[in-house]
Design a protein. Structure first.
Length: 99
């Protein structure tokens, strides 16, 4: 008897199509957004203190975003969906509980 899956066609799925879109090991959009905020802080204030503060804030935020992405690369999207569905799924033990 022939093998069950012998006549099935196999397609390769490239790893880049299923991997999350990360930059510096963190969520790409959040890293770019915090970098933009740091650059705006630096170029609006135009002092050495602002440059040091902007770079320090960006480094700390990128480190926090890397820890977040290490736990779950899709955490930003999951949290955004959680916030959007909050009115529909109340934090109760059962759906029949009185409010």
């Amino acid at each position: 008897m022939a093998e069950v899956g012998a006549n099935l066609r196999r397609n390769r799925i490239h790893r880049a199509l299923s991997r999350p879109n990360l930059l510096f090991g963190a969520d790409r959009e959040l890293v770019l957004l915090t970098g933009l905020a740091a650059v705006i802080l630096i170029f609006v204030v135009l002092t050495w203190y602002a440059a040091i503060l902007g770079a320090a804030i960006w480094i700390v935020v990128v480190a926090a975003l890397r820890m977040m992405a290490k736990a779950d690369p899709m955490m930003r999207r999951v949290y955004a969906r959680h916030i959007s569905y909050r009115p529909y799924y109340r934090a109760t033990a059962t759906p029949w509980r009185r409010y």
